[in-house]
Design a protein around this ligand. Structure first.
Ligand SMILES: [Fe+2]
Length: 552
């Protein structure tokens, strides 16, 4: 493979990179403000495509039927390709209950949502998602590929998603695609049905989708057994954030169970949260969260999900709570893991120091307490200083975890005060250095410019460090900011997916398979004449079984 032909191997998305932050905020705002579907023509066109259920019920004529389910894929190369490669491996054997069990790559590959990060575009799907799967499947049997959108796929109203997954004439990564809409039904052997539901951005079911599932339901017989593939684990979210009405599970899946299919689903599977958790109730209904296809790891220790409402209890978790708790310490390395985040703080700190210094006289800065008193005084007396403070505190409150209002105000204000205090201290250090160290006259142009440069240079790493400490305290002491305190760590490891088998007796077995540590180094290789990559990292771990259940 020539150098120019090598795939572009992306690193994990830097969620605190100011450009990613700004673009994500813009896309989320557009998606939320403009009715969540600015181009209704596309949605309508998508919903009017003819689509029946896809029949794999005879696929087990030659033995067991296999299906792979992966969600939250399309992030950094190492994690996304490692999972794609493990899924595409023709056979994987695991020890279970003293026996060796052979599993096989699926006839079908289902993506359960969030197929790309940080936001959907033709190029991002190509580079972060399709290329890794094309190379993983090179020279190997190709499954049929299906996908439902998660919130990240919805940010452009499904334009790029529908191009990638809903055009059978195009295919995906060399595999056949058959769906023409953003939801679908698969008829599996032994009367199992996989029903993949698109809930847009937390909205209700749309009419064409309800009609589609009604038609599918009419063709099911009395013994049909249901598996729901949904875009988010509302059973966890409604429990963790009870005040957030969007997460009530009742609205969509229960409606489908009661009014459309007139029976209960045996298995629910989803991604959205990037860990593996399985909940079960007394009736043996399984609710599986498995968002391990490539995106950064989420914490498993907070919020506490061991017992959910409606009698569901946690039966499996990966990685375990101890590992999750240990990983939170990495937030102290925040400036090193998120180097680009410093630009924002460099700017904020330099602006704060500039505004404060503008209203301080030489007599105000003789010692630290006098300077602090004068700066506080200026923030009340000087409207510009005061407005800047209000803007900073208000901004931090606005951008704080929105699920709990009291935490948003208290945590946000506390966080802002920490930064203002740090900005003051950095400004003080710059003042000492320039006035006492370099012997510059306070208030002279050279003193102001050099101290401004010092504040700008130190402000980045100091501000990023304070954010790391704030995230650490939030998740460790208060169990808040689970998303922010882990997206900050950009952890590529602890990835997983779920493999389904329907055997000749009609039993459904689910295997959750994990890679504890994904490879960091790769080299170009050939497989059956096709270009691929192979890992050259002795520290990478082999796929291992983390959970296995049988459902009838
Ligand atoms: Fe996700």
């Amino acid at each position: 493979m020539l150098q120019k032909d090598r795939p572009r191997r992306r690193s994990m998305v830097g969620w605190y990179d100011p450009r990613v932050l700004a673009h994500t905020a813009y896309q989320v705002a557009i998606a939320n403000v403009f009715g969540r579907h600015s181009d209704t023509r596309l949605i309508e066109a998508l919903a009017s495509q003819p689509q029946s259920e896809f029949d794999y019920s005879l696929a087990h004529a030659e033995g067991d039927f296999w299906l792979d389910y992966a969600a939250d894929i399309g992030d950094g190369w190492n994690s996304t390709f490692a999972i794609a490669n493990a899924i595409a491996t023709p056979e994987l054997a695991f020890e279970h209950a003293g026996k060796t069990e052979q599993t096989r790559a699926g006839h079908v590959l289902v993506f359960g949502g969030d197929e790309v990060y940080p936001y959907p575009s033709r190029n991002e799907y190509e580079v972060r998602t399709e290329t890794p799967y094309r190379m993983a499947l090179a020279g190997r049997a190709k499954p049929d590929v299906y996908a439902i959108p998660g919130n990240h796929d919805w940010y452009d109203s499904l334009v790029a998603f529908s191009r990638t997954f809903c055009r059978p004439e195009r295919g995906f990564a060399g595999c056949a695609t058959r769906q023409t809409r953003s939801y679908f039904a698969l008829k599996l052997p032994a009367n199992w049905w996989l029903l993949a539901i698109d809930l847009q951005l937390g909205a209700d079911l749309d009419e064409p989708q309800v009609q589609y599932f009604q038609k599918v339901a009419a063709r099911m017989d009395a013994d049909a057994r249901l598996i729901f593939s949904v875009p988010e684990p509302r059973w966890i979210l409604e429990d963790a954030y009870p005040a957030h009405s969007n997460y009530e599970e009742l609205s969509s899946t229960r409606f489908l169970e009661q009014k459309v299919f007139k029976r209960e689903a045996r298995v629910f599977i989803t991604g959205d949260l990037h860990f593996y958790k399985r909940h079960e109730n007394a009736a043996g209904v399984q609710k599986i969260t498995a968002g391990g296809g490539g995106a950064f790891l989420h914490p498993t220790h907070a919020p506490d999900t061991r017992k959910l409402r409606n009698g569901f209890e946690q039966r499996a978790v990966y990685p375990d709570e101890k590992t999750s708790l240990r990983l939170t310490w990495k937030n102290f390395l925040f400036p090193l893991i998120n180097p680009k985040s410093g630009w924002l703080y460099a700017f904020l700190y330099a602006m704060s120091a500039w505004l404060a210094s503008a209203s301080l006289e030489a007599s105000d800065v003789i010692d630290l307490p006098t300077a602090l008193g004068a700066a506080l005084n200026a923030s009340v007396r000087d409207p510009l200083n005061g407005m800047w403070l209000v803007l900073i505190v208000g901004g931090f409150i606005f951008f704080t975890d929105t699920h709990l209002r009291s935490w948003r105000i208290l945590g946000g204000a506390f966080h802002a005060v920490l930064h203002l205090a740090a900005a003051f201290m950095v400004g003080w250090v710059a003042l000492l250095l320039t006035v006492r160290g370099f012997d510059l006259y306070y208030g002279s142009i050279s003193q102001l410019l050099i101290s401004g440069l010092i504040v700008f240079t130190l402000g980045g790493p100091v501000g990023a460090f304070i954010l790391g400490v704030y995230l650490f305290v939030s998740i460790r002491v208060f169990g808040r900011h689970g998303n922010e305190a882990f997206s900050s760590l950009r952890i590529a490891d602890y990835k997983h997916w779920v493999r389904f088998r329907v055997d000749a007796s009609g039993m459904l077995t689910l295997y959750a398979i994990a890679l504890d540590r994904v490879p960091r180094r790769w080299r170009a290789a050939k497989r059956n004449g096709e270009d691929t990559m192979e890992a050259v990292d002795p520290r990478a771990s082999a796929p291992r079984l983390i959970d296995r259940i049988e459902v009838r």
